[in-house]
Design a protein around this ligand. Sequence first.
Ligand SMILES: [Zn+2]
Length: 180
Amino acid sequence: MEIQVDAIWKISKLIWISRLKWISLHETDYKMNTHRCPNIEEFKHLLKKHSLKATPQRLAVHEAMMILGHACADMVTEEISKKGTAKITVASVYNVLTQMAMLGIYDYRLSANNKMYFDVNTFKHIHLYDHENHVFKDVIDDELISLIESHLNRKRFKGYKVEGVDIQLIGKPTRKKYTI
Ligand SMILES: [Zn+2]
């Protein structure tokens, strides 16, 4: 789901932070991730590209991720068992998710309640984090990203090269009951 930034600014008590990711100048294994959520056929193609079999478990994990967008292993396991598409444990789901993240097929981020969330969209985007329900939503605002990046381009941080900017808005629902 895409949320327009105008609406985001109206959320009360909203604060935003930009978190810089640092890499040492000697680190060279940085990978640029640029794709939107792959559909099931594209996902199969990506697995093949990485010499991985399209097992029912891997496909079930991706199908759940396509619905959830951002999710931790518990949420994905629950979604799979709800649909009954495959038999899979939380540990196996976590392994599949981690493997996809290592290959750059998914992105990942740690939530404030210390859970690893995976993200089907790996192109550059902003997140809105609901700190009451621990849910991430995508905010598409290329203008804001460009503004911050161009500002940072003029700055130097001794001993570091800025690898990227990770912008996360933090909010809480304006309605009492949260619904997906
Ligand atoms: Zn996202």
